[in-house]
Design a protein around this ligand. Sequence first.
Ligand SMILES: [Zn+2]
Length: 461
Amino acid sequence: MDYNMEIINGAATQIAEMFKSMLMNQPQEGQEPVTIAQIEMSMREALRQIGVQALGQFLSVMQTTPASEISCGCGGSLQYQRMREALIISVFGKTSYRRAYYAGCTCQKGRAQLDEQFGLEPGAVTAGLAQLLALAGIEFSYDQSPKWLQAYLLFDVSENTVRSETERMGALQEKQEDALIQRSQDETYLQERQRQPGPVVSRLYGSMDAAKVRIQPRPKKNQAPEEHEDWRDMKVLCWFETENVPPAQRSARQRKQVALRAKNLRYSCDITEADDFGKLLWATGCDLMADLCPELIFLGDGAGWIWNLVSRYYPHAIQIVDWYHAEEHLEAVASAAFPQDPDRSNWLEGVTQALWDGQVEQVISACQALAAYCELARKAAHYFYTHAERMRYDRFRTSGYMIGSGTVESRCKQIVSQRLKLPGAQWTVSGAVQTAKARASWLSGHWQSLCHHRSPLSLAV
Ligand SMILES: [Zn+2]
């Protein structure tokens, strides 16, 4: 939309004059001088009130001369009653407008065509405000959001409104994922993309992880909250590509290895069994042509479900245990087996170098040698034995693969820990899932597409 700058400038001049005369009429003596911050904030509030008026008036003038009778959805007919006021909560706050209201059908339903034309729900939040509320809801806890929003929006919004709008965005994300799942199980679609795959990136990465979420629905009357507490796994998947980090931006740690960073990250998450999560893995992968990529690489920790899913859906993928996970196991063994330096550092330095060089057998032997008196070492030996082929870091480095950058954990933390584990959070399974899905969409850069779906009608402008 192009603004008429003359009108904007005219309105601005009037506002400026209004503030000037307000300031002039201030009693001078004994008063603190007015600061620019006070002027700014006061002007923001004035502009907000102008927004309330302008939006309401705009909607009212968009009402055309009402017909005396219109058809009802049920097949009957509705008679024009009167111009009736309605209230919506827009980005400017409570906004009222007047539109033609029809009633009198046998089905008892009323109708206002203007509401339908603009996708307005009287009494409810507009699509424009919903985006902003959900954006707060994916970042701040629901009980804290109203405070932040008040500072930005200059009016009050309830905790429940923020919650329901955020969850609604998550539900939209879920709907899009369901559509992908359905498509990824359609033989015709799969055959078609085999024939004409379209653009395929040469190297694609996937990483998966899980984090615990405390499920504790709000207690109902006569129920103790403890009875319902439960921990569930939120599984997180991230598809990404990599790019070289420019030398000047490399950290000390990155300087000694291939400096890669992730780009085009795309997240999915759910609280569900591995089998169901596999469907999401396959569906989102289909969308990115993961199965057709010349080089597909999966990074993960040692969890069995991750590698089972990778082997089932992407048998040709290169499997890599995230370097930092493997390294952590060695650090744990060193701390448990050697109470004192320098024994501890010497051992750790040796095995870390061996692991870096892909000498997994040497690492296994080093752990086995401690197994008799250190339970952690025995377990670590088993871990390195199980994942030996996923730890050929020498070969992976030669091929220029990302072997770990904390990617797997940080992905999961971005979704789960940073939001779902905020203090004061009480989650139902669906509340946690939908909030996480909304957040995943934002972090994946898909937010605008969700907002487009949240808006029931796109205005022809
Ligand atoms: Zn009807």
